[in-house]
Design a protein around this ligand. Sequence first.
Ligand SMILES: [Fe+2]
Length: 451
Amino acid sequence: MKEAELRVLDRSSHPKTRDARILCHRDKTIHNDVLTVSTLNSFQLRWAPFDLPVSSAVDFVDGLNTICGAGDPRTRNGVCVIGFHVPQGDEQKDLVLSDPAFGSPFTIPETATKKHHSRLGLARCHSESGRLRWAPFDLPVSSAVDFVDGLNTICGAGDPRTRNGVCVYVYCCNASMINRCMYNSDGDFLIGMKFSVSIEEPSRGYVLEIFDGHFQLPNLGPIGSNGLAQPRDFLTPMAKFEDIEADFAVVSKFQGQLFQATQGHSPFDAVAWHGNYVPYKYDLAKFVVINSVSFDHCDPSIFTVLTCPSTKPGVAIADFVIFPPRWSVQQHTFRPPYYHRNCMSEFMGLIYGNYEAKEEGFLPGGASLHSMMTPHGPDAACFEGASNCFLRPERIADGTQAFMFETSLSLAVTTWALHGSGKLDDDYYSCWQGIRSHFRESWRPEDDEMR
Ligand SMILES: [Fe+2]
């Protein structure tokens, strides 16, 4: 019986069948007697090492599917992106900048990716259009300002009336919401459902709003089940009612405007609840960091805490991404975030500490926006330092918490953010002006060995 079953399996992989034929080289026939297993001992098989071909007449080109490349033959590698994308040290000396452009999101299915990696022989400084940076937004000092009154829009896209889009806000407040709460009819805030914000000291923060869908954990794919943000670490509050008769202001955000009504009791009067459409909180320190432990970089999508997917597979309406404290260990690699252009819009903020790629100018409570396909990357000081440092395992980003709101939508910036806030950094472009070319067309590794 076992023999009969095996023969059936063998016939399915016979080279004369349609599926197997494509495996055969035109002048190499895989014979039936090689594939047929017909002995009763067929579950105990052993093969001696299979012979290697004495000589190979086959040449190979790099790449899977349609990825291809070309380089200037005067440079050392000929083809520009052999090995890895973000070199450091000797590998960096004939090509100064790695400059990938991503025409599709990092998380799109592999068969649909559009990306381009180039290395620039000359340092380039691009125009500042599409790159904006703000100094820390001011906390209120002269009067009491609560969360609602201290909320300002930085940028956004879409329209809540068509349930498609995102908005990014900052809030700066110095007073709690006393007998006042807020709910959002337009979509989800990353910070809660119907809520009242109480503070113990002047506070400042960032809010991401999505007009459709909800935040969820990203699909982990090959990472498996134990990386990034873990479901167990999200905390949802227990029911806790208050039975208070008092004038209570209820603020509603509806079609981009705030409306306020007054009621005679506290709205926080739920004594129990069940379901899965609930507010939650998450401690960013519990994020399980994934990264390369050999060389080169993974894409920033490995730092995604929560995502709001669009209807296109792998394309996010918005990703919430963090750059947490971690070990950096890659060899032969320029370790800071690489220079790139992206088909996504990237809004970054710094909650506390120093951001490794821009220790000057990008400060806690400030922000930056790099719009679609606008080149950006580390400032000149970071580039020089990380290009020439000795690489050893080291901790990075300790005592810091930078984050990014990344969206597939193109964001418009508000008049308040450009002019009203008084915090726009008109000199942002200059942080790249000092980047100088290390390009040496004729450089060879032995040049340095002879010195
Ligand atoms: Fe970026």
